[in-house]
Design a protein around this ligand. Structure first.
Ligand code: AMP
Length: 406
């Protein structure tokens, strides 16, 4: 889920239907109570440092925000505390209108091409895909198990990989020995699918055209690109795991896998050390020491050559993907920016579009400078390709997908 704060809107009690959206991590539980019809975030919060000496809890509802520091032994205690906070701070559970719980799940393997009501069988399938997402799926299951125990409503799993199950075989297949690939389930699954589906769907809705060749650039701390044709994903930049593709906050994105052999043989590094290096110490952080785009942008503006060089790597990678996906799509109608950087960094959008001027892209600089929470076109009337900014909302997308099943 995107970590940006969302506006908490107060709504008269007892008059609405809501979905509680849960994103459970190994030592954290984030949640948002969403009205799936109008997208309002009615309440939200998180429990961090579960299992450590002192946990941090935050719950926000309307104007009220409560912060607590207290021991929270496990996810079961965490959720019990959250439910208590709903009753103490609001909205009271008896009046919150919760009709379903939507759980974010990173990896649904080749099995789930859409959301699923969580039965015991579905739960076990999610567990079965844990080797493909060892940090995420077991952590999601902690939240799923306690929520199913404490909340007697349908629970729905919404998979980050589902939207990319439509990838044609040639896009999903690595040119690896096919028996090894099959034995270890190695293929391109993609990630951020909930966001790419939501944003590409919004573009379709906003332009009133369902036959579009779209590229969506989800540029947050994690970053990914997708190529979407007539509403179906045909390629995406994340692969077996979210490590592949664009330059990210702390991840390398594309890198020659032989770098792993080299670091192992010559650098004497272990697999775990290389995993940490590629996932946590690389990307913008590895290039500049900072993983926050705002800080890097400020440094570059002040003339810092290291920050400028890192931005050049980011833009170069983006241009490469847009070019490649335009070829994959056989043309391009829309290019859409979303997530923390995509929505909030007009300079990056301008730099990318400037390099794409050869494709007939013309950015309207005034429109590009406008800040808004609404979907908008930022290209000129005569641009050959429409450029848009569409704020993503993964919590709302999860809530809507959960509602579609109950
Ligand atoms: P997300 O993962 O979608 O929450 O996005 C986080 C990223 O968005 C971080 O790199 C932030 O620095 C970046 N971001 C947020 N606001 C801005 C902004 N005004 N300008 C540039 N980057 C921003």
């Amino acid at each position: 889920m995107g970590g940006r704060p969302r506006k908490i809107k107060k709504i008269s009690k007892g008059t609405f239907v809501t979905v509680l959206v849960i994103n459970s991590g190994s030592s954290s539980l984030k949640y948002q109570l969403v009205n799936p019809e109008n997208g309002a975030a009615i309440a939200s919060g998180l429990v961090e440092r579960i299992g450590e000496e002192i946990a941090f809890i935050k719950h926000a509802y309307g104007e009220q925000e409560v912060k607590l520091e207290t021991p929270v032994a496990d996810h079961s205690v965490a959720l019990a505390k959250v439910l208590e906070l709903f009753d103490q701070v609001g909205p009271a559970l008896s009046e919150a209108g919760i009709v379903a719980v939507g759980h974010r799940v990173v990896q649904g393997g080749s099995y789930f091409s859409g959301p699923a009501i969580i039965t015991d069988e579905v739960r076990d399938l999610i567990e079965g895909f844990a080797p493909l997402a060892p940090l995420h799926n077991p952590a999601h299951l902690k939240g799923i198990d306690v929520a199913r125990e404490l909340m007697d409503v349908p629970h729905v799993a919404v998979f980050d990989t589902a939207f990319f199950q439509s990838l044609p075989a040639e896009a999903a297949t690595y040119a690896l020995d096919k028996e090894v690939a099959a034995k270890y389930s190695i293929r391109r699954y993609g990630a951020h699918g909930t966001s790419h589906q939501y944003v590409s769907g919004k573009v379709t809705e906003f332009l009133g055209d369902s036959e579009l060749k779209q590229i969506v650039l989800h540029l947050g701390n994690g970053a990914s690109a997708s190529a979407v044709k007539n509403g179906h994903a045909v390629d995406t930049s994340m692969g077996l795991t979210p490590l592949e593709g664009l330059v990210m906050g702390t991840r390398t994105g594309d890198i020659d896998p032989a770098a792993v052999f080299h670091l192992s043989r010559v650098g004497g590094m272990s697999t775990d050390e290389i995993d940490t290096l590629f996932n946590k110490q690389s990307g913008l952080k590895g290039l500049t020491g900072d993983n926050d785009m705002r800080a890097i942008r400020d440094r570059a503006t002040a003339g810092d050559a290291e920050a400028r060089a890192a931005l050049d790597v980011v833009v170069h990678r983006l241009i490469k993907y847009v070019g490649a996906y335009t070829a994959v799509l056989g043309g391009l109608d829309t290019l859409t920016f979303t997530a923390g950087i995509g929505e909030n960094d007009p300079d990056l959008r301008a730099e990318v579009c400037e390099r794409l001027a050869f494709m007939g892209i013309k950015l309207d600089l005034e429109k590009n400078a406008v800040r808004s929470k609404e979907p908008r076109v930022i290209s000129t009337e005569n641009s050959a390709i429409k450029v848009l900014v569409v704020p993503t909302n993964e919590e709302l997308a999860i809530a809507q997908q959960a509602m579609s099943l109950i």
